[in-house]
Design a binder for this molecule. Structure first.
Ligand code: ADP
Length: 478
């Protein structure tokens, strides 16, 4: 009778291979799966543990020799079958708690697991290689695209410097703007692929912090005031005049946040605030807050914002343009600078993006700014005249709802841009300008609202003649 039949262990049918051997190394029990895997039958009971694990156990006079560390910790061993072929196992071998002369070995065949993990490793390497090739390709293509775009831009600017008739000049300005937009997209893709490929490095150097902010403001102020929006910037006096950081990348983050704020706001204001929030030796933490009173973002959409290629919805991207890469790049840049970026927002009430970064202080320089807070305002205001409280209130309400004479001036500017788009048959862009015009004239007198509606419908129908009539009527009315 076979010894396995004598055994009444419930482990006979266990899925794990179980071998029991004595201090001489002789096997006294092997469960069904162990016999099957090792390809033994009853003859397993003539065998020693050194036959199963010859690399780990050696027979000797007093039994066996091994440097195996007995215990519950699993170790990878090589198990040999009867026909001397082998396979990897994860084994735990320990003394029986009832009899110190008895050893129990529990082992799992990990051939499949190893095979799978090798396959996963291979797939991972192939994916990484493909990713690298893709990133290199994207980097090369975008780099190559820059040259022709800059060529067009250079020539357009040269033409613009000469005297041209108004219509041609408008077209040239439009081409110039298209090239600038294209450059922005190319740069975004280039940065994104470099960041993804881990090839991006910051270039910190000493620079004048407030000049950097003023430069950033200059980039946006025309578009912001054209839309009739207010712009306020406050900088804590605790921030020194000069700091060490990657100036271009800080400007890039701020440009992205402020241009989004401008893009998604048609009434109200944009504010930028910068604070010093911490200091450790010669490094300080700066905290930037960019707020707007624009369309806001639904709570459910906020998590998606910082993912690459993510825009809140397709209709938004159609209306406002963009690649959905900007905020992802901002997040990666902020994290490279040791900080984090967050958003708070309320649908239809506005959004606040805030981010922190760590920057260096300049050695041996007075690290406290001599300047007072920057408090800059570019808000379009009415010129105060002697008017009664009621009139004043009414006027304030009108301004809130409709806008000031300057706003109307901006409306006219938007209108002429719209006409330019219509002339170039760029109906999508025209629709975008029309949306801005509609928002700017919300709450306007009924005759204006009606004209706006008529103009909007003509644009949707792409009816050139009707648009021109509508435009002229609205222009006269304004
Ligand atoms: P894009 O270049 O397309 O603007 P971003 O990554 O900068 O890409 O922004 C992604 C999306 O986040 C935008 O398409 C918009 O839906 C939303 N978003 C960003 N900033 C604002 C904001 N200030 N107000 C409302 N929505 C915003």
């Amino acid at each position: 009778m076979g010894q396995s039949e004598d055994c009444i262990f419930p482990i006979e049918d266990a899925l794990e291979m179980i071998l029991i051997f004595d201090k001489t190394g002789k096997i006294s029990y092997a469960n069904a799966i162990a016999r099957q895997k090792l390809e033994y039958k009853e003859d397993v009971y003539d065998k020693y543990i050194s036959d199963v694990f010859p690399n780990t156990f050696k027979n000797c006079e007093d039994g066996f020799e091994t440097d195996y560390l007995f215990g519950h910790e699993p170790q990878n061993l090589v198990a040999y079958r009867k026909n001397l072929t082998c396979f990897p196992v994860e084994a735990r071998i320990m003394n029986s708690s009832m009899n110190a002369d008895i050893y129990i070995c529990m082992a799992n065949d990990i051939l499949e697991k190893e095979f799978l993990s090798r396959e996963i490793e291979q797939v991972k390497q192939e994916a990484q290689q493909a990713m690298k090739v893709k990133s290199e390709f994207v980097a090369n293509v975008t780099h190559e695209l820059r040259t022709p775009v800059n060529g067009v831009l250079g020539n357009v600017r040269e033409l613009l410097s000469e005297k041209r008739d108004a219509r041609l000049e408008r077209s040239l300005h439009l081409i110039e703007r298209c090239c600038d937009d294209m450059n922005k997209i190319i740069n975004n893709i280039l940065d994104f692929s470099k960041l993804e490929a881990g090839k991006f490095s910051l270039e910190p150097r000493r620079f004048h912090f407030r000049n950097m902010l003023n430069y950033m403001k200059e980039n946006h102020i025309n578009k912001i005031t054209e839309k009739g929006l207010g712009f306020f910037m406050t900088v804590s006096p605790k921030i020194p005049e000069y700091i060490i950081a990657d100036e271009l990348r800080i400007v890039q983050i701020l440009n992205n946040l402020v241009s989004n704020a401008q893009k998604f706001t048609s009434l109200g204001k944009i504010t930028v605030e910068v604070l010093k929030t911490a200091q450790v030796n010669d490094r300080i933490e700066l905290f930037f807050i960019v707020s707007d009173t624009g369309i806001g973002i639904e709570k459910t959409d906020r998590d998606k914002l910082f993912q690459s290629f993510s825009q809140v919805d397709a209709s938004i991207s159609r209306k406002y343009g963009g690649t959905g890469l900007g905020l992802n790049i901002c997040k990666q840049l902020v994290e490279l600078m040791g900080g984090r970026i967050e958003v708070e927002s309320e649908k239809d009430r506005g959004s606040t993006f805030s981010f922190s970064i760590w920057v260096g202080l300049c050695e041996g320089e007075d690290n406290v700014s001599l300047l007072s807070d920057i408090k800059e305002e570019s808000f379009i205001s009415t010129s105060p005249t002697a008017i009664s409280m009621d009139e004043e209130r009414q006027e304030a309400e009108n301004i809130r709802r409709y806008g000031t004479p300057e706003n109307i001036e901006n409306l006219k500017k938007n209108l002429s841009k719209l006409i330019l788009c219509v002339e170039l048959e760029n109906w999508e862009k025209a629709e975008m300008f029309m949306d801005t015009i509609k928002q700017l004239t919300e709450g306007a007198p009924p005759e204006v609202s009606r004209l706006v509606l008529r103009l909007k419908m003509a644009i949707q129908k792409e009816n050139y003649d009707k648009v021109i009539v509508g435009y002229e009527a609205l222009n006269n009315c304004l």
